[in-house]
Design a protein around this ligand. Structure first.
Ligand code: PMP
Length: 705
């Protein structure tokens, strides 16, 4: 028996949700036209009008006329109860209809069961799932527009999200439609919905100026395709209308139905995970008792778990993902390299992608850097810089230089060397006896009383006294990430660089977290015009695809290792997978994407959108400080805003916020009391809004404010 059932071949997405910019724009007509068109292509189409108002009574039962039109076009005979589970007589919003009439719900046979007070999205989902199992595709018509309230708790947008379907917007063709369509698009995107396009309905036989110009304006301003312009008809016929809709284009835009693991398989995996896998930075006692989230697939900025839940990847899968998951160009680059060679060693041999990548990395790095040494994680990139700096000093006439200057709250990785230059007690204290000693200097943390000037004063004092013993200084440029996104004051890094030069100490810039666009520029050092002697990069280097890291250094350092074989000046370091061709090929393509998709330019409005959204957190009574640099942000929660008293660890304040967010379809991982937001650079502004607003709401829910 195979361990996993083979995935079935992809079939079209289970459905499409059709909404309107308003009521009476022709949603039912366009949905019916699509049903007719799909049917004509030989597809088995199901339809749904889950909530209908203005229904008529026939033989004591309420009947939705819209549902009937849809069923007729699709040519299927599903029970009315299934096609339209919630039907109301008054022609008003469902929320109002619920309060006006003591509506009775019915069982599958149409028998009255009990009075209903709310519209259950779960029940609609169950009906949808039944239809989706039966048909190749199900067209679901909404009611009114996206923000129409279904009941006190949910809107049409919530229903669309619950069904997890792509959206098609139907709008009228003439004057006023630009505003309505753009508003609907904005609402859809801020709700995290995926809109595939717009169909304009009811264009006059002799189109007015606005009817002629609207499609192009909507296309440009909404960044959305117009997938049909349906004319007014003397005798409206769905199948005639279908010829004005780009049916093939719509079909191609419906993503493939994702093969979901059967529940027993999901449960089996979760059981085995708890029994076998030891998770990093995770208290396993708690993990074993909880229900693990196991990712099965991903697309763009979204992850999907084995239970079929979808999450916005708000921390870029631990700060690594840049261009989104399954970016077609990265996938292709990986596949193409796979057809050549998956791995060959760099110890005493070369490979093509590692050469090309080194060349490209040096083009984006500060110009003093001329050599690239590969490894496979941020920790190793730093470890290598430390060893190189140390060995350089040893074999180039400065043997007393054996120590490193590093900062309080720094994080440079988990290996013994990188932990030695770290400064987060919670992670590092226990290893004290294992670590080599250096000089630890306070880093700026204005919110907790250490200014940039305080830090620099302490740094210069240490340098003045110990510069002859210091091989290097290690710093996270612009932001200390792992300690909670502590942003350095402007000019601080530049001053650190100046002091290193003044005292002849190697500057090691650890850009593992901040590199590759994270802070708004390709590298963080650029922003303060700092030229380090060593530059450590990892995480985003491969776009979040494969483990890869690099330590870049100068020609001077490189030359300090040259000599005859017997001189033992060789850098005796290298891992089995150093310079892995698959990882290098993807990293090379990632740099091309930066240029091709103008990633850095497009990032600027996103950074501003994030800044704008973060403002709303500042006044929250349990938010001490909000920090942002580029597309990385930290929201520090405090028990008491006046005194800045932190929440005790056992309160798990930020962990609880992230747990609430999971139920809202967002995945974040906090650091201590800091909520961290580091989405993929590919996130769009609406998604940023969704992410931030839900986070603020979750903080409110957790803290009771
Ligand atoms: N340096 C910095 C600044 C980091 O943020 C990290 C990881 N968070 C590392 C080094 C270590 O990287 P890795 O986890 O890939 O070893």
């Amino acid at each position: 028996m195979p361990r996993f059932s083979r995935p079935a071949p992809p079939v079209p997405c289970p459905g499409l949700f059709i909404t309107g910019t308003d009521t009476e724009v022709g949603k039912t007509f366009v949905t019916a036209a699509l049903a007719a068109a799909f049917r004509r292509r030989g597809m088995d189409v199901g339809v749904m009008k889950p909530v209908a108002t203005g229904c008529l009574k026939e033989n004591g039962l309420l009947v939705s006329e819209d549902a009937r039109v849809l069923t007729a076009s699709s040519g299927v005979a599903d029970p009315h109860e299934l096609v339209s589970p919630y039907r109301f007589e008054p022609p008003v919003a469902p929320l109002v209809a619920l309060t006006l009439t003591p509506t009775l719900s019915r069982d599958g046979g149409g028998n009255r069961v009990r009075a209903i007070k709310e519209i259950s999205l779960d029940r609609i989902k169950q009906s949808f799932d039944m239809l989706a199992r039966k048909h190749e595709i199900v067209l679901v018509e909404g009611i009114g527009g996206l923000l129409v309230p279904l009941d006190k708790k949910s809107t049409v947008a919530d229903l669309a999200r619950r069904l997890d379907l792509p959206i098609l917007i139907v709008a009228r063709a003439g004057l006023g439609t630009i505003n309505h369509t753009l508003l609907t698009l904005k609402a859809a995107r801020s709700e995290g919905l995926n809109v595939i396009g717009v169909v304009l309905n009811g264009r006059s036989a002799t189109p007015s100026l606005s009817e002629r110009t609207n499609p192009d304006v909507i296309r440009r301003l909404g960044d959305i395709p117009i997938l049909g312009i349906v004319p007014q008809m003397a005798k409206p016929s769905p199948s005639t209308a279908a010829s004005f809709i780009e049916v093939e284009e719509i079909l191609s835009r419906l993503k493939k139905k994702e093969e979901r693991l059967p529940l027993p398989e999901a449960k089996r995996l979760s059981r085995i995970d708890r029994k076998t896998v030891w998770h990093p930075f995770t208290q396993m006692q708690e993990w074993e008792q909880g229900e693990p989230l196991i990712v099965e697939s991903a697309q763009g900025v979204y992850l999907r778990d084995t239970r079929g839940n979808k999450y916005l990847d708000g921390v870029s899968s631990l700060w690594v993902n840049l261009h989104g998951h399954r970016h077609p160009d990265l996938d292709r680059a990986l596949r193409e390299q796979l057809e050549k060679v998956a791995h060959s060693t760099l110890l005493g041999a070369g490979n093509i992608p590692s050469i090309e990548l080194a060349d490209e990395l040096l083009k984006v790095a500060p110009q003093n850097l001329k050599r690239v040494f590969y490894s496979d994680s941020g920790s190793t990139a730093v470890e290598i810089a430390l060893k190189m700096a140390f060995q350089y000093c040893q074999q180039n006439g400065q043997p007393r230089r054996k120590k490193f200057i590093h900062f309080v709250n720094a994080y440079h990785g988990d290996t013994v060397g990188s932990v030695s230059v770290g400064g987060i007690d919670l992670f590092h204290q226990v290893y004290g006896p294992l670590l080599f000693k250096g000089f630890k200097v306070p880093a700026p943390y204005p919110y907790r009383g250490v200014s940039g000037a305080d830090s620099l004063r302490a740094l210069e004092k240490v340098m003045r006294k110990h510069h002859r013993e210091a091989a290097g200084l290690v710093v996270e440029p612009l932001v200390q990430g792992a300690s909670g996104m502590i942003v350095q004051p402007k000019g601080w890094l530049k001053e650190v660089g100046r002091l290193c030069r003044k005292y002849g100490i190697f500057l090691i810039a650890d850009e593992v977290a901040v590199g590759f666009g994270r802070t708004g520029t390709m590298l963080a050092c650029e922003q303060e015009n700092v030229r380090p002697d060593f530059l450590c990069v990892a995480k985003g280097i491969s776009g979040g695809y494969l483990p890869l890291a690099a330590t870049l250094t100068t020609e001077k350092v490189y030359k300090g290792f040259l000599g005859p074989y017997a001189s033992s000046r060789t850098f005796f370091h290298g891992h089995s997978y150093t310079g892995n061709p698959l990882a290098c090929a993807v990293a090379l393509e990632s740099l091309k994407i930066f240029r091709r998709e103008k990633v850095l330019k497009n990032l600027q409005p996103k950074i501003r959108a994030l800044a704008w959204e973060l403002k709303a957190f500042e006044s929250h009574p349990h938010v001490g400080e909000v920090r942002q640099r580029g597309l990385m942000a930290g929201i520090e929660l405090v028990a008491d805003k006046k005194t800045a008293a932190p929440y005790p660890l056992e309160k798990k304040a930020s962990i609880r916020v992230c747990q609430v967010l999971r139920t809202r379809g967002i995945l974040l991982r906090p650091l201590g009391n800091v909520i961290v937001i580091i989405p993929p650079l590919a996130i769009n502004q609406e998604e940023i809004r969704f992410l931030c607003r839900e986070t603020l709401a979750a903080i409110g829910k957790t803290t009771g404010h």
